[in-house]
Write a protein that binds this ligand. Structure first.
Ligand code: UDP
Length: 341
């Protein structure tokens, strides 16, 4: 039986991955320091055969040494995420993203374990050739703009993982995620879809940043974790980078209107200048579209869940949350407990 270690497993994507792997009969260990993850995301998995967790930072090398030695494959998802968080806490973004990945790769090397690294479409930066292909150039902004620290830190993670593959033959796979969305994603760190849904359900203004003409392709988390699972089980994926995302493009204004209509809301749609929403001089992307030719050719993957279906899932999730106390980070004191792994 395969034993998977998921770093950041109490996060939005990690908890969906844990659920999927358990359903496939795998053993799953989650390590998460609950910095942006929520214990509530994995609470329903507690007690399931084959599931265990440690509430711990991945930079704790003693804990990571033991957990990596016991698993077969590592899904490395732990990271500082969310544009708002990145802009307001750039030190943490850089230190966690680079330092955490260093520990994961060093430990994986010690025990020769396969590692899947969750990376990001931010790496393409201000690229102007659409769709983005994995081997395209990375066009980042200046170091004086905090936003780019995220892409730069993730680029170092990719370089480092590929270096371990090249120099010592470590089996690594890199997955660049494009705007993953779905139930359990929180709006606290800036992500647009949960924010729009929460505002629509509360009858509060839906805040569209800039003129709303910027576009994104949102991919349902269930499609994303299916891609991760399949790539982990495909030997030919080792040493490669894969875009994972949807090609259904939508402008942010259109998204706001769709959310409002599907939630049956009368919320006003309000335009907020970027400088006010983030910080002076903030740079946004006008478009971001993945090429998924590489992953499709290798494993036949493509998203199957539409954006409208995803919006409905998120609306249903937040309606349920509203009945049970809202979108609050849970268990901030849990870090003091030893965890169970
Ligand atoms: N956005 C918005 N209102 C919000 C949050 C985000 O209009 O409350 C915009 C944001 O400026 C960006 C898009 O929605 O153009 C997607 O933002 P998100 O942070 O979800 O993802 P990313 O910028 O990383 O694509």
């Amino acid at each position: 039986m395969t034993h998977a270690l998921i770093t950041g497993g109490a996060g939005f994507i990690g908890s969906h991955l844990a659920e999927r792997l358990l359903a496939a009969g795998q053993q799953v260990t989650v390590i998460d320091n609950l910095s942006t993850g929520r214990f509530a995301n994995i609470a329903p998995l507690e007690g399931q055969p084959g599931f265990r967790y440690a509430i711990e930072d991945i930079r704790n090398i003693h804990v990571m040494d033991r957990l990596v030695s016991e698993c077969d494959v590592i899904y490395h998802l732990a990271a500082a995420v969310g544009v708002q968080k990145i802009v307001s806490q750039p030190i943490e973004t850089i230190e966690v993203n680079i330092g955490g990945t260093e520990v994961v790769l060093q430990t994986a090397r010690r025990y020769r374990k396969k590692v899947l690294i969750a990376s990001t479409s931010e790496i393409y930066g201000k690229g102007v050739r659409f769709p983005f292909h994995e081997d395209d150039d990375s066009l980042l902004g200046p170091t004086t703009r905090s936003r780019w620290s995220y892409a730069a830190s993730k680029a170092i993670d990719e370089f480092l993982a590929l270096a371990y593959h090249k120099q010592v033959g470590l089996p690594v796979v890199i997955i660049r995620l494009f705007n993953t969305v779905g139930p359990r994603q929180t709006g606290q760190y800036g992500m647009v879809l949960p924010r729009f849904v929460q505002a629509a359900l509360a009858g509060e203004p839906i805040n569209v940043y800039g003129d709303g003409g910027q576009s994104r392709c949102f991919c349902n988390v269930r499609d994303v974790v299916a891609a991760m699972h399949a790539l982990a089980e495909t030997p030919a994926a080792v040493g490669q980078v894969f875009n994972v995302g949807s090609q259904e493009e939508v402008t942010i204004l259109d998204l706001a209107e769709r959310v409002r209509a599907r939630a049956g809301s009368t919320s006003e749609i309000r335009f907020i200048p970027y400088d006010e929403a983030y910080e002076a001089g903030f740079e946004d992307f006008r478009r971001r579209v993945p090429s998924i030719d590489r992953i499709r050719a290798l494993i036949g993957w493509q998203p199957v869940i539409s954006l409208d279906e995803t919006i409905d899932q998120i609306i249903a999730y937040y309606r349920e949350e509203l009945q049970h106390g809202g979108d609050q980070p849970q268990g901030t004191d849990i870090g003091a407990h030893p965890g169970r792994a």
